[in-house]
Design a protein around this ligand. Structure first.
Ligand SMILES: Cc1cc2nc3c(=O)[nH]c(=O)nc-3n(C[C@H](O)[C@H](O)[C@H](O)COP(=O)(O)OP(=O)(O)OC[C@H]3O[C@@H](n4cnc5c(N)ncnc54)[C@H](O)[C@@H]3O)c2cc1C
Length: 303
């Protein structure tokens, strides 16, 4: 089921239908703050009031024209201005395929560079999300060069990739902030990615320990209670201060766990996606927990 949902997430005709259908759109609200930046800022404010930080993500990936990439860049620039003037505890996350990396690497670097330099001006931060493994080298290359210039961006490492321990070591060596996650894309090549959940989980915990020991303010991004317990066991054993790392979770997923961690005194950041191009993100969330599909279909049938 996971593979089928991930395969469908890349089907453009289904995407076009879902994103414009008046029946389908309300389904997205389970995981998406709304269609506009204003919707996302409202959600960010309410998440901040619950004691959690935010990362705003303007949805959209694999754009097909550079004009779309520039529009997207401008949304991020506006988001940074609004975060600053609204005094929100929020940064932004973006994807390189949304900034045109498939069309022109130079244009993509210029667009992302503009956002990262603006974040630096506001003393804010840009997380460059990690997409499927065909982008890993190019994404890390861009993070390395923009970080060297601005010190205001960070990377994402996916525990399902076999190469991640090596990549993480290099990011730690350069002092670059890392978000650690399991990985959300279809990676069928066993030479590149662990196929067994147990191996992914073991790698996640090994990488989390490396980050907590040698990294700079890591983001431990998971809803898996065993990953969280393993992280906290290491934190307590090594007396790591709660201010030295944060947990990160997705909007609409395990709110109970988000609240519990905050009540226990740990830092939590919620990833808040918004925008009209919600379908691939939505399908990846269904793929992570196919039971969500039943929940969504039941709501649809109820009308
Ligand atoms: C803040 C953040 C940023 C991320 N950024 C990236 C990125 O840049 N690149 C990337 O490839 N992936 C990214 N991911 C996604 C990540 O790779 C995983 O696909 C996702 O987090 C699910 O893995 P898990 O660690 O929660 O564990 P899982 O083993 O998938 O899930 C553990 C438990 O968490 C709950 N859960 C997990 N997902 C859902 C869901 N969708 N709905 C309801 N319950 C759920 C369930 O109770 C499940 O049993 C990000 C995740 C987070 C939290």
């Amino acid at each position: 089921m996971r593979n089928l949902l991930l395969f469908l997430s890349r089907w453009n005709r289904l995407r076009a239908f879902m994103e414009t259908s008046r029946i389908a759109r309300p389904l997205s609200s389970r995981f998406i703050a709304g269609l506009t930046l204003a919707d996302a800022l409202t959600v960010a404010r309410s998440v901040n009031l619950q004691g959690m930080a935010v990362s705003l993500d303007h949805l959209g990936e694999n754009v097909t024209t550079l004009a779309e990439a520039e529009t997207c860049r401008d949304v991020y620039l506006r988001a940074l201005v609004e975060i600053n003037s609204g005094d929100l505890d929020a940064n932004v996350s973006l994807k390189l395929t949304q900034f045109g990396i498939d069309l022109s690497e130079d244009a993509c670097l210029a667009n992302v560079g503009h956002v990262v330099r603006t974040a630096a001006k506001f003393r804010n931060f840009v997380r460059i999300d990690m997409e499927s493994s065909e982008y890993t080298d190019r994404t890390l290359g861009m993070v390395h060069s923009l970080y060297a210039e601005t010190k205001s961006c960070g990377a994402v490492i996916q525990a399902y990739l076999r190469r991640s321990a090596r990549d993480l070591e290099e990011l730690n060596r350069r002092g670059i902030r890392v978000r650690l996650c399991k990985g959300a894309y279809l990676e069928p090549a066993a030479a590149a990615a662990f196929q067994d959940k147990k191996e992914v989980d073991e790698n996640f915990l090994a990488l989390a320990r490396k980050l907590l020991a040698d990294g700079v303010y890591p983001g431990i991004a998971t809803h898996d209670e065993r990953m969280i317990a393993g992280t906290l066991a290491f934190v307590k054993e090594h007396k790591i201060d709660p201010s030295r790392f944060e947990f990160q979770m997705l909007y609409g997923v395990r709110r109970d766990l988000q609240k519990r961690l905050v009540a226990e005194g740990w830092r939590v950041r919620v990833y808040v996606p918004f925008g009209e191009a919600w379908f691939p993100y939505f399908m990846r969330r269904l793929a992570e927990r196919p039971a969500n599909l039943v929940f969504i279909l039941r709501n649809l049938l109820r009308g």
